[in-house]
Design a protein. Structure first.
Lengths: 202, 520
């Protein structure tokens, strides 16, 4: 095929090129649309199945609500569910100090952060947080440590987990009603947040 | 044949008829002179630019039947072109058509060479066609278009002489085994019965001529097919039958032509040329005399048509694909809408059902999980109490051990893990590694042996005994001795004195790490 032939065939070749280009583009575009439509359909089908399953289990769900609502509300009251109740914690410290007859407690609470052991608890949509509280206090003897920790747990100020404690014998020694030991403890106050009904996740 | 313009050129007349949809259009005749050329030019200016097929009916024609050595491809083309140049030096309108192979040992290729000797006969007409930019598909000698008639009539006779009467004379075309061998246009004179006699005589002469050319022998039977478009040659058949009993004669009359070929009577009545043009319209012969330069426009025309056809196919395929895709889209869209409706209905029913539920701050699943998580946290929290009990019980049996500092940790990392040189109790390292990902309780004990009067062996034995007591507890995974009163590591230097005294001399300090099992 020479230049003369090409000139003679210019128009049909242009027409062919246009048809091929337009056809390929149209096919590509429509294929993209079909693919995205299929994905949308799959998503809708999943949503429909979820909705059906939820409806079928609505009776069961009601039973669950009836069974767990009271406990949940109790957890809300003690400050485990919802925002941190630091005032309650400090009140609990104060009362525990009195009950354990200690000599006063120094405390330091760090900023809230995600609870690192949440995965072990299978929380689902719930989110767990912790705030570290460092305590420093003096004791008459070793037994006061557990009395203090038990008293703090009994206050109902929230959920905490003792991470670390250290007892050091103080010098000076045997004067009655004077502290013999110094304790440094680290507690983690744990709180939980649940998405409210209507948040879309539920 | 596709739509085209069929043109016949003879010495006296030029005929033209468009071929559309498998049938003849208007048949127009021009004189072969200046006026005819002018009229033809006018005719072409009104005609659509269809491909042109041209037949030439003239005495200036030549047929040669030759055998050439069998060859293929380029060799064959070169050999045939050499033969054409050799035979027809003065005309570009020549062609060679292979008609099979010889039956001899060499199995040579048999060719029919044919040519229009006088190209001037058609040049002026072709020039007008070219000026009009109409593609010339082919130029053929008139007898070559007759082959299609044999197929239509299903003629199987090995030696057939096709006879037709033209304005310029009597056309006799001989077919051997249904393949064209030779044709001649004989001038005949006279009219009426004399003419028929002359025709019969010409047929007899042609038989002798074929014998002389060694195309066939006189002993071989010859079939004669008389094309009689106006039923004027019926008597000729009888004459031949009477004068030449060894000639089988068949008369193809007007009605039979019309019924066999489905040619319009009006066209057939106009001229014998119309009959041949009609045969050309049915099928163009392979013996195309036109050189490549003349048919260039037609090749481009064919290429254009092929590309347009390809374009059409591509457009159709794309349209079908797009239609199917659109249908799929519509179908999927319907399914999506249906799923959405069903979901909305199910959600509405669920919402109605939830109105019966007790008011709750979150959904049932979260309620359940929150309570379970709180229980799990309760189950996973630990206090120093157990570790303190273990150490206290051990101390009861070891009064020489005095604790100065006690630490406890519940974490993945045990207390004092950063301390180098820890010596674990035997067999405990593997278990510790396996549980390294879980939280566990560990305790740190710092103390000394009292009283100590410089007897390091006794002090170390007391510490080791204390370690042994701790290790025996089932809750204990391992006890690591971090520090002893005296480091007897042979890699380190050691100094001191051996003065013995009743008083406390120096300190026998030690440090231990007790690790409980992760399950505790």
């Amino acid at each position: 095929m020479n230049a003369y032939d090409l000139r003679a065939l210019r128009n049909p070749l242009i027409a062919l090129a246009i048809v091929l280009a337009v056809g390929a583009q149209a096919i590509y575009y429509l294929n993209q649309l079909v693919t995205s439509s299929r994905e949308e359909l799959a998503k809708q089908v999943v949503q429909m199945r979820d909705a059906r399953t939820r409806l079928q289990k609505s009776g069961e769900e009601k039973q669950v609500i009836v069974r767990y609502l009271g406990d949940y509300q109790a957890l809300q009251r003690i400050g485990f569910v919802g925002d941190e109740q630091r005032l309650n914690w400090l009140e609990g410290l104060r009362l525990s100090n009195q009950q354990a007859q200690l000599f006063g407690i120094n405390y330091q609470i760090s900023a809230q952060q995600p609870y690192p052991y949440a995965a072990e608890l299978d929380p689902g949509q719930l989110t767990l947080y912790q705030s570290e509280m460092k305590l420093g206090f003096s004791l008459l003897h070793e037994g006061d440590l557990m009395r203090f920790l038990n008293a703090l747990a009994q206050q109902g100020a929230g959920f905490f987990s003792v991470r670390e404690c250290k007892l050091d014998r103080l010098g000076g020694g045997t004067v009655r009603f004077q502290p013999n030991l110094h304790a440094e403890c680290s507690l983690n106050w744990i709180t939980l947040r649940a998405p409210a009904v209507g948040d879309g996740k539920s | 044949m596709a739509d085209s313009l069929l043109i016949s050129v003879s010495a006296t007349r030029v005929s033209a008829a468009p071929w559309r949809g498998g049938g003849f259009g208007e048949y127009t005749v021009f004189d072969n002179d200046e006026n005819g050329l002018a009229a033809f030019k006018e005719y072409l200016s009104r005609a659509p630019r269809l491909p042109v097929h041209m037949v030439v009916d003239a005495v200036e024609e030549d047929y040669r039947f030759e055998s050439l050595p069998h060859s293929y491809g380029r060799d064959r083309r070169e050999m045939v072109n050499r033969k054409l140049k050799q035979h027809y030096r003065n005309t570009p309108y020549a062609s060679a058509h292979m008609q099979g192979r010889d039956s001899g040992k060499r199995r040579d290729d048999r060719y029919l060479f044919c040519a229009l000797i006088n190209p001037d006969l058609i040049n002026s007409w072709l020039q007008l066609i070219t000026e009009r930019e109409m593609p010339v598909a082919g130029v053929y000698l008139l007898p070559t278009v007759s082959a299609v008639l044999l197929d239509k009539l299903k003629i199987t006779q090995p030696n057939l002489l096709l006879v037709s009467i033209h304005e310029s004379g009597m056309r006799l075309t001989f077919f051997r085994d249904q393949k064209l061998r030779i044709s001649r246009l004989a001038r005949t004179e006279g009219g009426g019965h004399d003419a028929l006699k002359n025709y019969a005589a010409e047929i007899s002469n042609t038989r002798l001529y074929l014998h002389a050319l060694r195309v066939m022998t006189l002993d071989e039977p010859l079939s004669v097919l008389i094309i009689d478009r106006d039923d004027s040659l019926a008597e000729l058949t009888q004459l031949i039958a009477r004068d030449s009993p060894n000639i089988e004669c068949r008369h193809l009359g007007r009605q039979e032509i019309i019924s066999t070929l489905r040619i319009r009577a009006q066209a057939l009545d106009s001229s014998i040329t119309a009959f041949y043009l009609y045969l050309l319209g049915l099928r163009a012969p392979a013996n195309n005399l036109a050189p490549a330069g003349v048919t260039l426009g037609f090749r481009q025309h064919q290429a254009r048509r092929a590309i347009y056809a390809l374009t059409g196919v591509a457009a159709t395929a794309a349209a079908i694909w797009c239609t199917l895709s659109l249908y799929q889209l519509y179908d999927i869209g319907s399914d999506v809408e249906s799923a959405k409706r069903s979901t909305a209905e199910l959600q509405a029913k669920y919402k109605a059902a939830t109105l019966q539920f007790p008011s709750a701050p979150t959904n049932a699943e979260n309620l359940r999980r929150a309570v379970e998580v709180s229980q799990r946290i309760g189950a996973t929290t630990r206090s120093p109490e157990l570790m303190m009990d273990i150490v206290s019980e051990a101390l009861e049996n070891h009064p020489a051990i005095v604790i100065r500092s006690f630490g406890w940790r519940y974490d993945r990392n045990e207390i004092g893990a950063d301390t180098a040189g820890a010596k674990a109790a035997p067999g405990a390292a593997a278990a510790a590694a396996a549980d390294s990902g879980r939280r566990k309780q560990s305790g740190s004990i710092e103390g000394e042996v009292r009283p100590f009067r410089g007897d390091y062996r006794a002090a170390i034995e007391a510490i080791q005994s204390f370690v042994g007591t701790l290790s025996k507890r089932p809750e204990v995974a391992e006890v690591k001795v971090i520090k002893l009163p005296l480091d007897i590591d042979q890699k380190l230097s050691l100094s001191g004195n051996t003065v013995e005294s009743r008083e406390q001399t120096g300190k026998a300090e030690f440090r231990l790490v007790v690790v409980l099992k992760p399950t505790v």
